[in-house]
Design a protein. Structure first.
Length: 270
């Protein structure tokens, strides 16, 4: 028996009640079993980048997935190329919640076929459905009110509560370096691994700064001792002392400066 997440008045099946076997290359449209062929390189490559971008930009309360089957009606069981849905279980059913964002990569299929899919997803309640048109390098969003696709500004972003960081359309449309966009998103999300690395770098920088400061102070002490004893120091010798960053060596030079008669005698190692 089909579960009913929408309540007693709804006749819709649960989104995870299957008409087709998961893991197979089939979907169900209007009660008709449809074979979905494997992706060609443009589609497969763009879908991979899309999934990586979604995973990086999705908020912590949401989950991104690819090829996730969704039961949109009694006669339809379809899988968008990528989707974003709440990570929490539906409190009424204990099962997955409906996706809020869905994406289709349009390569070998037509926009008309993608529109048929988008209409079914939106009709089930998916808030926003997007299409990435690989051949024409453009992004579109489905309008349920107009029953058609609306072209998006390639320089814009997808801003949505399901995304913690706005998703740049440029990265979806063109073959840009996905890892750069992913890295920027993870930095903006304060990813804990990146934050830990940055904290280590800051700690190392502070330690290096303290070491630099100590070495500079010791070098000044060496020069002051030599000057107090009237030991001549030319420019190259002064630069040699100031440029030394080994605190242990500088400490030895301080001891020697009390008795040495030349800088050459001072800096000569035993």
């Amino acid at each position: 028996m089909l579960s009913d997440p929408a309540g007693a008045d709804s006749e819709l099946p649960d989104i995870d009640d299957r008409l087709v076997e998961p893991g197979t290359r089939y979907e169900m449209y209007d009660g008709e079993l449809v074979h979905v062929p494997p992706a060609d390189p443009p589609h497969g490559e763009r879908q991979l980048r899309l999934c990586a971008l979604l995973a990086a930009h999705t908020g912590s309360a949401f989950q991104a997935a690819c090829d996730l089957l969704t039961r949109t009606s009694k006669l339809d069981d379809i899988a968008p190329d990528a989707s974003v849905y709440p990570a929490a279980r539906d409190p009424r059913t204990g099962r997955r919640q409906l996706e809020q964002l869905a994406f289709e990569v349009v390569s070998t299929q037509t926009l008309a076929h993608a529109a048929r899919k988008a209409a079914k997803l939106a009709g089930r309640g998916v808030r926003r459905v997007f299409a990435i048109d690989v051949e024409r390098s453009r992004a579109l969003e489905w309008s349920q009110a107009l029953g058609t696709w609306c072209l998006l500004d390639a320089a814009g972003h997808i801003v949505d509560p399901a995304l913690e960081v706005p998703l740049p359309l440029e990265a979806l449309i063109h073959s840009a370096r996905t890892d750069d966009t992913v890295a920027r998103a993870l930095v903006a999300k304060h990813n804990p691994v990146i934050e830990a690395i940055r904290a280590e770098d800051r700690a190392e920088g502070r330690a290096e700064g303290r070491a630099e400061g100590r070495a500079a102070g010791l070098a000044d002490a060496v020069i002051a001792l030599l000057a107090s004893r009237g030991v001549p120091i030319d420019r190259m010798e002064r630069d040699r002392i100031v440029g030394e960053r080994d605190p242990a060596r500088l400490e030895r030079w301080i001891v020697r400066a009390i008795a040495c008669t030349s800088v050459a005698e001072l800096i000569s190692e035993p």
